[in-house]
Design a protein around this ligand. Structure first.
Ligand SMILES: NC(=O)c1ccc[n+]([C@@H]2O[C@H](COP(=O)([O-])OP(=O)(O)OC[C@H]3O[C@@H](n4cnc5c(N)ncnc54)[C@H](O)[C@@H]3O)[C@@H](O)[C@H]2O)c1
Length: 250
């Protein structure tokens, strides 16, 4: 039986330095897939390098800000130096907690430009790599793109994530004739740096709001990403997969 992902092929992973992105890198490495990590110049990419070395897969880092379209285009293009590019996972993202009424223009733009513009720019650059032979893109959205989180004031984040989900549908339709599938995964609360800095009672509250009674581990988000990237999802495009422990079900 052919493997679900092609060993020796290459993936672009934005935000691959840590958190969900790093778990995706590890899941790809375990399947013999090389990775270009696209992450912010301030990001510590040592865990990414260690993961790829342990897996024995081709790897490189493109240090850039995903808000810079030209930099994204040039950086993502370097993935082709590692081998045939077949996959992309766009994880880079930021949150921002501000009541909507007083949110400044700068704070609105910071979140929307990283979380929505950044995904669009990455998808455009990845399209250019995949258009010849086809491939699969997974964008990391959020359950916050589906529902409003109780007690959490992050309207810019929620709006950007809803945008990521619908952007994925739009790109899926435009790029289906090129053999490029585009889907998104919408995690619920997940244990990463984004949530680890919360006071314990805040994460306890998130767990209590989740039918499964806990936050997700990053591997529990990475494996559904691999499913959507791979051949078992060969007729799946333009969809969003909620990975939220049932959060949005009640
Ligand atoms: N952790 C959660 O509970 C949760 C829930 C739902 C969705 N998500 C989404 O999952 C994705 C990954 O989140 P995480 O929890 O692993 O976060 P994280 O903060 O651990 O990792 C985010 C990564 O994105 C990179 N990044 C941030 N801004 C960037 C920029 N401007 N340019 C380039 N890289 C940039 C960071 O350097 C970091 O490596 C995000 O899109 C986030 O919105 C997270």
């Amino acid at each position: 039986m052919r493997p679900e992902l092609e060993p020796g092929h290459v993936a672009v992973v934005t935000g691959g330095a840590r958190g969900i992105g790093l778990a995706v890198v590890e899941a790809l490495g375990a399947r013999g897939v090389g990775v270009l990590c696209v992450d912010h110049p301030d990001a510590d990419t040592s865990a990414f390098v260690a993961a790829c070395e342990a897996a024995g897969v081709a790897h490189a880092v493109a240090s850039l800000d995903v808000r810079d379209r030209d930099a994204v285009r040039a950086g993502v293009a370097t993935a082709a130096d590692l081998g045939p590019v077949a996959y992309a996972v766009n994880c880079a993202g930021v949150d921002g907690l501000h009541p909507a009424s007083g949110m400044t223009a700068d704070e609105w733009r910071r979140v929307v430009q990283v979380d929505l513009d950044g995904v669009m720019f990455a998808c455009q650059a990845e399209h250019d790599l995949l258009a010849g032979r086809g491939g699969s893109i997974v964008n990391i959205a959020s359950m916050s793109g589906h529902v409003v989180n109780r007690g959490v004031t992050h309207a810019a984040y929620s709006a950007a994530k809803a945008g990521v989900i619908h952007l994925g549908r739009s790109l899926a339709v435009e790029w289906a004739p090129l053999g490029i599938r585009v889907n998104s995964v919408s995690p619920g609360y997940t244990m990463t740096a984004m949530t680890a800095t919360n006071p314990p009672e805040v994460n306890a509250g998130f767990a209590a709001q989740t039918p499964m009674g806990r936050l997700a581990e990053v591997e529990e988000v990475a494996e559904p990403v691999v499913f959507l990237l791979g051949r078992r999802a060969s007729f799946v495009t333009g969809t969003d997969l909620l990975v939220d422990g049932g959060f949005t079900a009640w």
